[in-house]
Ligand binder design. Structure first.
Ligand code: 5GP
Ligand code: MG
Length: 488
């Protein structure tokens, strides 16, 4: 047994973007949940879990690894009987990957059991946790989500829904949640609506999921987005919607459109695929360059490159081929491995590169690792010129609302101007879509600085929800907790 000194809310480590799913009213609840999680695998590849309720008790299976590996065996699904279930995919770059940090988290409370799955990140979790620990709470994990179950446990309200609302009024941050009790499936989005959550229906069963692609996989019908600040309760009496929070301007995460959501999902009325194509077209209008071929950095750059090529009237070719048997580069923890990861992942398709003036399109530059490696590879394959075009504005700020971005000092655009970035990645030219161009692609006139439609903090530094832990100096490195190291 070893003790490690680390902090539970390290901004370069434990932030995670996740996928959540819940279903109520079908005998194969866990099997449907496993399929839904499989469709949401892109939102989290580190671990997955399902909790079901069978009328008598809760059943749980949580494991490190992909959904297929964890839930592919019939006997695992048979061990999760019941008509209601929730599930979670976890994504994290954390070294501290232990089973106790895998969701859904489950707690036996005075009123009965509750399982919770969370997508997002709480920005005052450390402050709340410290307060609770001082007054005797014993935490079992290092997850921000656990503060929610503690607050639900301590609430003096009588009904579970009121307890949940009571708990959430004490937390700040971004959250889409699905909760399962013996009688209810509950789903909700934070008042700012940063993270997605949709409602679906399948032959009498109600479904809550991060994205519509999780409805498609089980043939469910997409009913609508859960609204920002909306709490949905599904039980024997059907579906009821509540608006327990004071109205707030909603600010959906624009990075969901740029990168995170699956292209076949429909998010808040926009097809993710078409949004990416429109961003690519804006990029071409704003930052055109004479070239022979437009090549996407697969897979994330593909729709934007299609939009760019069509607008610029330059041929589109798959000049880089991706090996699909390796996960996303970001999940590798060290810089060295991250570099290696990029090489393992992509190869130049020389016939479409040699002797050509190439426009490369990717969705974003974070640390600059991918662009640097890809440009080197494309030059080695004989490109005459390499023009890098990025379908988002420069990522200058970290996300504290649940997307895994490194700390600010590691963001290429936070520490370099455009020319210095171009030199760093060794491109002949480099351009990003403008903030107004991005908003135009989302159907707006441009970014309305007084009332921005989206959360674009990673590009603007305009954080719509207070960063209490950050500004309170409570970031990870300044505070050390002793945590029990476990192997999973
Ligand atoms: P970089 O290599 O510059 O650090 O990161 C840029 C690449 O990472 C892009 O190809 C982009 O598709 C991808 N990317 C951007 N944001 C994220 C993220 O939050 N998670 C993961 N896994 N990849 C990301
Ligand atoms: Mg990418």
């Amino acid at each position: 047994m070893t003790f490690v000194s680390t902090n539970p809310f390290d901004d370069d480590k434990l932030h995670e973007e996740c996928g959540i799913f819940g279903i109520y009213g079908t005998p194969d609840a866990a099997a449907h949940t496993a399929l839904g999680l499989h469709a949401l695998q892109h939102r989290g590849q580190e671990a997955s879990g399902i909790v079901s309720y069978d009328g008598t008790r809760f059943n749980s299976h949580r494991a490190m690894g992909h959904v297929g590996a964890n839930f592919g065996q019939p006997k695992v699904i048979q061990g999760l009987p019941g008509d209601a279930a929730i599930g979670h995919n976890r994504y994290s770059t954390s070294g501290d990957t232990v089973l106790r940090n895998v969701q859904p988290i489950y707690a036996d409370l005075a009123f009965g059991g509750i399982a919770v799955a969370h997508n997002g990140n709480l920005t005052n979790a450390y402050a709340v946790r410290s307060r609770l620990v001082k007054s005797g709470s014993i935490f079992q994990s290092t997850m921000d989500t656990e503060v929610i179950t503690h607050l639900i446990a301590r609430s003096e309200k009588h009904h579970v829904v009121d307890r949940i609302v009571d708990a959430l009024k004490q937390v700040e941050g971004a959250y889409s949640l699905v909760c399962l009790t013996a009688k209810k499936l509950i789903g909700l989005r934070d008042p700012t609506g940063v993270r997605p959550l949709v409602l679906g229906h399948l032959k009498g069963a109600w479904i809550l999921a991060s994205e519509t692609c999780a409805l498609d996989i089980i043939g469910a019908e997409f009913v609508r987005d859960v609204e920002p600040g909306e709490l949905i309760v599904i039980d024997e009496s059907g579906l009821n919607s509540h608006k327990p929070f004071p109205p707030t301007a909603s600010r959906f995460c624009i990075f969901e459109y740029i990168y995170f959501s699956r292209p076949d999902s429909i998010v808040e009325g926009h097809s993710v695929y078409n949004a990416r194509k429109r961003i690519g077209a804006e990029l071409a209008r704003e930052n055109g360059v004479d070239a022979d071929v437009v090549i996407p950095v697969p897979d994330s750059g593909v729709p934007a490159a299609i939009g760019y090529a069509a607008e610029a009237k330059i041929p589109f070719e798959l000049g880089i081929i991706r090996n699909h048997y390796i996960g996303r580069t970001f999940i590798e923890p060290t810089d060295q491995i991250r570099h290696l990861g990029v090489k393992l992942k992509h190869n130049a398709n020389r016939v479409h590169i040699e002797g050509k003036r190439v426009i490369l399109v990717d969705d974003s530059i974070v640390r600059g690792t991918t662009s640097t490696k890809i440009i080197e590879m494309v030059r080695e394959a004989g490109a005459r010129e390499v023009h890098m075009r990025i379908a988002s504005p420069p990522t200058t700020h970290s996300c504290f609302y649940g997307v895994d971005t490194p700390e600010r000092s590691k963001l290429l655009a936070a520490i370099h101007d455009l020319e210095a970035m171009r030199t760093y990645i060794k491109a002949d030219s480099l351009a990003f879509v403008s903030m107004d161009g991005l908003y135009r692609a989302m159907g707006q006139k441009g970014r309305d600085a007084a009332k921005p439609q989206f959360c674009d903090a990673c590009f603007s530094g305009d954080y719509p929800i207070p960063l209490t832990d950050e500004t309170g100096g409570q970031t990870s490195r300044s505070v050390q907790l002793s945590l029990l190291a476990e192997t999973a």
